[in-house]
Design a protein around this ligand. Structure first.
Ligand SMILES: Cc1cc2nc3c(=O)[nH]c(=O)nc-3n(C[C@H](O)[C@H](O)[C@H](O)COP(=O)(O)O)c2cc1C
Length: 164
C-alpha cells in the first residue's frame, strides 16, 4: 500500500466568515504537519436571512437542501466537519450528515460559537457521528472572540495532531 501524505478533506459551512477563518488556520496547521488538506464548502441550495436560519435552528434534526459538494469525503483518509453553533441544529450540516455520515473516514469536529452552550452542542454532534459508526478523533469549540488568540492556535495544533 502506498503511504503518501495523509489526505484530509475539510468540509465547512460559514455564514459570516468565522468558521472559514478557523478552517484556514487548521488547514495551515495540517500542511505544516505534512498532511495534504483540501477544503470544500457545505453550501445550502438557497441562502436565507438570519431570522429564518434562526427559526429553523430551533428544530433539532431539521435538514436543509444542499448544493452538491465539490468532492466526496470518501476520497480522504481523514475528514474535518466545521460549522457554527446554531441554537439546537444546523440544518445544512444535518443534510450533509444524512448523506455522508456513514461514509466518513476518522473525523474531527470543529465548531465556532458566540460562547453559549457550545459544549452540549458539540457532544450532541459527536454522538450523532459515533452512532453512524464514525471514529471521532478530535472535537473543539472555538469562541469567535478567541479566534486571534495564541491559545486558539495551540488548540487547533493539538486538534490537528489528534486527527492525524
Ligand atoms: C442562527 C444562529 C444561531 C446561533 N446560535 C448560537 C448559540 O446558540 N450559541 C452560540 O454560542 N452562538 C450562536 N450563534 C453565533 C455563531 O455560532 C457564531 O457567531 C459563529 O462563530 C459564526 O460563525 P460563522 O461566521 O462561520 O457563520 C448563532 C448564530 C446564528 C446565525
Amino acid at each position: 500500500m502506498s503511504r503518501g501524505p495523509v489526505r484530509v478533506g475539510l468540509f465547512w459551512h460559514s455564514r459570516t466568515g468565522t468558521t472559514r477563518a478557523a478552517v484556514e488556520m487548521l488547514q495551515a496547521g495540517l500542511t505544516a504537519r505534512g498532511a495534504k488538506p483540501r477544503i470544500a464548502e457545505i453550501r445550502p441550495r438557497w441562502d436565507l436571512p438570519y431570522p429564518l436560519w434562526l427559526a429553523l435552528s430551533f428544530v433539532p434534526g431539521i435538514r436543509f437542501p444542499l448544493r452538491p459538494v465539490p468532492f466526496p469525503p470518501t476520497e480522504f483518509d481523514r475528514a474535518v466537519l466545521a460549522f457554527p453553533k446554531w441554537t439546537f441544529a444546523h440544518p445544512p450540516v444535518n443534510a450533509f450528515l444524512a448523506r455522508w455520515a456513514r461514509s466518513l473516514p476518522p473525523t474531527g469536529l470543529l465548531v465556532t460559537c458566540g460562547g453559549w452552550d457550545q459544549d452540549r452542542y458539540l457532544v450532541g454532534y459527536r454522538r450523532r457521528l459515533e452512532r453512524a459508526g464514525v471514529e471521532v478523533r478530535a472535537a473543539l469549540a472555538v469562541k469567535k472572540r478567541d479566534l486571534p488568540a495564541r491559545a486558539t492556535q495551540e488548540a487547533l495544533g493539538r486538534f490537528a495532531d489528534r486527527l492525524l
